[in-house]
Design a protein around this ligand. Structure first.
Ligand SMILES: Nc1ncnc2c1ncn2[C@@H]1O[C@H](COP(=O)(O)OP(=O)(O)OP(=O)(O)O)[C@@H](O)[C@H]1O
Ligand SMILES: [Mg+2]
Length: 259
């Protein structure tokens, strides 16, 4: 079963953060105990989206071996309706912290990987979390590779942009094959309004071009841009088509239907 889900992409701005938050919130709304991790230390953003600016303890401190993971987790369950539990582990947005994280050496990254791998025991086994969702930096930074290695399932986001498509293909071939991770591709910001209706056709195309299964097609929604990152969409807009697509993606991951 896929318990740890990493959301990754080759290029920036492909919707990783949007999907990480909303996938995690979808699981939590369905009654699960979930934590979303901001592993984008280059440009932390979950603290702003989840309105947790006043946090004192950061995921950086956990990876630096300063604090236990429980000290770092922020309980945001009250933001959602339902019986589920919704936590976040936030990256420190301070300038010093960003600089510090970008200057880590390989040895530190190896230890950080060990800390990520140990979440399987602390959070999944001991504290009965159902899912952990890793939001990552784009490209092949160590923090993202660590997230992929520690995950059971990788959601790869891409847009139709030429450079994005080519880079994503290369990354899937070279990097993902190496780790042999269960993977699903999400086509995001799709402009063709008929795309979701022609899913089977797109699915076959994706299989041929990327050699990975299609997890979902997300149209470009003006409402998402208009919200300016102020909403947890699946909570605040339950009837929006985006919420339905997130629900389908979560179900496919949960039931292992990605093939
Ligand atoms: N399907 C969509 N329709 C409309 N806007 C979208 C969609 N997906 C993402 N966006 C918007 O695109 C911008 C980038 O999204 P997001 O921050 O989630 O990407 P990201 O991959 O996390 O970026 P980064 O690599 O910089 O971390 C945001 O303003 C987001 O609201
Ligand atoms: Mg992001």
């Amino acid at each position: 079963m896929s318990k740890i889900i990493a959301v990754h992409s080759y290029k920036g701005g492909t919707g990783k953060t949007l999907m990480s938050v909303n996938l995690a919130a979808t699981f939590a709304k369905a009654g699960k105990k979930v934590c979303v991790f901001d592993l984008d230390f280059r440009a932390p953003s979950l603290f702003a989206i989840l309105k947790a600016e006043n946090s004192e303890f950061w995921l950086n401190d956990y990876l630096n071996n300063v604090y236990d993971i429980n000290k770092v987790l922020v309980d945001l369950s009250s933001r959602l309706t339902g019986e589920g539990k919704f936590y976040a582990a936030l990256a420190n947005p301070g300038t010093e912290a960003i600089r510090d994280m970008s200057s880590k050496d390989r040895k530190w990254e190896m230890r950080a990987l060990g800390r990520l791998l140990s979440l399987r025991e602390t959070l999944l086994r001991d504290q009965k979390f159902d899912y952990i969702v890793f939001d990552t930096s784009p490209g092949l930074q160590y923090s993202s590779i660590n997230a992929i290695v520690a995950a059971d399932f990788v959601v790869v986001a891409t847009t139709g942009d030429r450079s994005d498509v080519d880079g994503t293909k290369r990354m899937l071939n070279e990097l993902y094959n190496l780790f042999e991770k269960k993977t699903g591709l999400v086509l995001n910001k799709v402009l063709d309004p008929t795309a979701t209706a022609k899913k089977a056709e797109w699915s076959a195309k994706i299989k041929t071009n990327y050699h990975v299964p299609l997890l979902g097609i997300l149209p470009c929604f003006c409402e998402i841009l208009r919200a300016e990152g102020n909403l947890i969409f699946v909570q605040d807009k339950p009837d929006h088509p985006f919420t339905k697509i997130m629900g389908e993606m979560a179900r496919k991951i949960e039931n292992n239907e990605v093939n």
